[in-house]
Design a binder for this molecule. Sequence first.
Ligand SMILES: Cc1cc2nc3c(=O)[nH]c(=O)nc-3n(C[C@H](O)[C@H](O)[C@H](O)COP(=O)(O)OP(=O)(O)OC[C@H]3O[C@@H](n4cnc5c(N)ncnc54)[C@H](O)[C@@H]3O)c2cc1C
Length: 720
Amino acid sequence: MATYFRRVIIGTVAIGSGVYVVSSLTNDEKPWAQVHAASQCRPKRPLPSRDEQIASLQKEKFDILIIGGGATGAGCALDAATRGLKTALVEADDFASGTSSRSTKLIHGGVRYLQKAIMQADVEQYRMVKEALRERANMLESAPHLTRPLPIMLPVYTWWQVPYYWVGIKMYDIVAGSKTVRNSYLLSKRRALELFPMLKGEKLRGAIVYYDGQQDDARMNLAVALTATRYGATIANHVQVLSLHHKTENGKRIVAGARVRDEMTGKVFDVCAKCVINATGPFTDSIRKMDDVKVKEICSPSSGVHIVLPGYYSPDQMGLLDPQTSDGRVIFFLPWQKHTIAGTTDMPCELTHNPKPTEEEILFILAEIKHYLNCDVEVRRGDVLSAWSGIRPLVSDPNKADTQSLARNHIVHVSDSKLVTIAGGKWTTYREMAEQTIDAAIEACQLKPVQNTSQTWGLQVEGAHGWTPTMYIRLVQDFGLESEVAQNLANAYGDRAFSVAKLAQLTGKRWPIIGCKLHPEYPYIDAEVRYACQKEYARTAIDVIARRLRLAFLNSEAAQEALPGIVDIMAEELNWNEEEKKKQISLASVFLQEEMGHKMNKVSREKLPINLSADEVQTYIKRFQIIDKEKKGYISINDIRRSLKHSGDEVSGEQIHEILKEIDTNMNGQVELDEYLQMMSAIKSGHVAYSRFARMAEMEEAHYEKIKKKITVERSGGGL
Ligand SMILES: Cc1cc2nc3c(=O)[nH]c(=O)nc-3n(C[C@H](O)[C@H](O)[C@H](O)COP(=O)(O)OP(=O)(O)OC[C@H]3O[C@@H](n4cnc5c(N)ncnc54)[C@H](O)[C@@H]3O)c2cc1C
C-alpha cells in the first residue's frame, strides 16, 4: 500500500510538472489589454422591432445568412456583425429553444477531459481544455451579470485519492494560467462538511474545491443575439428555413440564400446571401441534406436529462461533482437560481425539437444523488420540481477520412457548394467556434469585412456595460422594488434592468411600491413580460415562461400557475384575442407537461401501488368522510371551501381549484376516496413532497374533534 501511495505521489507530481512546462510553452493567452476599445462601449443602435427585422430579411442582400439561433448561431451573428459584415440570422423556434437553454449551465474547461488528456498523453484533448478555459474567462468577463464563478467540491473517499485529485485540480488551475477563476484548495473532512452540510460524512476523507463558471444559458444566448443586432445584424426568431437556394458561378453550384417561413404569420419568402452558415446544432444534417440530398449524416444525437430540486439539496455557494462514480459516470448537483440542478444522463436518442425526460432517467438521477446526501435529506420523487432533456450534437468530422469516430471538439466544414457548417463543441467555446466559422466563411465566399479579424474577445454583451454587483440597490432605492426582485432584475438584464423597472406596475401597497409578482414564490414581475414582448422578441407564452424568465425550468407547477397571468399581459402587448390566449395557454401547458417533466410526476404517482397500513387507511377514510359531510362518496369544491373556512384561511376561488387539481388525477372536478388514498400513499413513499389537500384534511379532522369535545362538555354541563 505504501509503495502504491508513493507511486501515486511521484506520478502525480511528475505529471504536474510536465503540465506546468507544457502550459508555459504553449501559453498563447490573449491579454485583456488587447481588447478592442470599441468592445467596452455600448453600441448605440436601438433594437428594431420584429416586424422591422422581417422586413429587412425580405428586402436586403446579406453577406452572411446564419441558420439557427442557439449559442453557436448567435455567436456567429455577433462575430460577423462586429467585423462589419451584413449579417442575417433566422431561428425556426426561439433563441436558445434547442440545446442552448437545456445545458448544465457550466462554463468550463472540463476537469475530466484534462484527466484524460494527461493519462493518455493526448495533446489534442489538452488543447481543447486549454481553449475552453480561456473562453471561460472571456464569458465571465463579457457577461458578468449572467455568469458567476462557482466553487465545486469533489468529495474524496479514499486517502490515496487526495494527492491524485489535488494535483489534477491544481493542473486545471495551471492550464488556465492567468485566466483561472480562483485557485482550488484542499479541505479536511470537517471543513468539507461545514461548507456542504448535507453531504454524507461516513467514509468521507476530505474534499477538493475547484472553480468553474456558471451562467443563465438561455438569457446569455439572447444577450449575444441582441448584441449582434445592436451591431447591425438582422435577427428573427420563429423563422424556419425550408430550403436552400443555389446559383451557378463559374460553372459551379453555389449556395445563395434560403427560402424561409415566418411561423408567426405563415408568410414564405426568400433571403439572399453571399454565404450561408448552418448552425443548427443537432439538426445539422437536415440543412446539409438541403444542400446535397446524398450527403452522409454526421450527427449522432444523445440526450442528457437534468432534474431540478429545491435549494436545500445543496448550499447556495457550492456545487458537488463526483467525476468518477463507481461505474465510471459523472454525477453532480449544482446550485442554480436558488434551486439545485442534478444530472445527468447520456443516452443515444431520436432527433426531435421537443425532447422529453423519461421517468427512468429521472429515477436514475435521484438514485445516484442519494449516495451523497446525509439522512436529513430524504431524496424524494416528489421533490423534483422540473426535469428537462437536451440533445448533444455529437458529430463526426466530414473533413476526415474516418467519418465513423465522433469528433472531440467542434468541426467547421465547407461543402462543395460553399455551405459552411459549424457543429459540435460546447456552450463555453461558442465565441471561438464563431470566430473560426466566420474566418472560414470569409475565405470560402470571398467576403470583404471591414475588420479582417474577430472583434469579440472581451466584447461586452447586452446589459454588461453599466452592471455592478451592487447595482440592484439602486433599483430598490430609485424604484421601490423588493430587494429579491431587484437582484433578479439586475442579474437577468444587467444595466437594462432600469428599462425593465420603468415598465413595472404600482402594487398599491406601502412596500414594495412597484413590481407585481407573477408567482408568489418567485421574484419574476409583470414588467419582465412586457419587456420580453417589447424588446426581447418573445412571441409565444413558451418563449416567456421558459427562456425570458426561467420559471418553467425551475418549477413546472409554478409556471403552470403563473401562466394565465403571463398570457393576460402578453395579450395586451401583442393584441391577442381570447382565442389566441386559449391557444397559448394550451400550447404552454403541453410544453410543461411533456418537456418540463410535469406530466411524468402525475403519471408516476398514478402507477404507484397503495402502500398504506390498515390503520392508515382507516384514518384517511375517516378524514375523507368528515369532509364529505353529505356522504356523497366524493369531495366537491364546496366541501374544500368549507373546510378551508374552518381553518380560518382566506383562499381565493382560483387557489381552491389549484388545491383540487393537485389531487384530482382523473380531472372530473371532484376528489374520490381512491385519489385521496393514492395521494397519501405517494406522500408516504416520497413521490409527492407536499399536498395542500392532505394538510387541509388533517386540519379538518382536528377541527371536527374540537367541536365534538365542545358538544360533549356543554351537554354534560347542562345535565348537572
Ligand atoms: C445535457 C447537456 C448538457 C450540457 N452542458 C453544457 C455545459 O454545462 N457547458 C457547456 O459548455 N456546454 C454544455 N453542453 C453543450 C451545449 O449546450 C451545446 O454545445 C450548445 O448549446 C449547442 O448550441 P447550438 O447553437 O449549436 O445548438 P442549439 O442550441 O440546439 O441551436 C440550434 C438551433 O437551430 C435551430 N434550427 C434547426 N433547424 C432549423 C431550421 N430549419 N431553420 C432555422 N433554425 C433551425 C433550432 O431550432 C435550434 O434553436 C451541454 C449539452 C447537453 C445536451
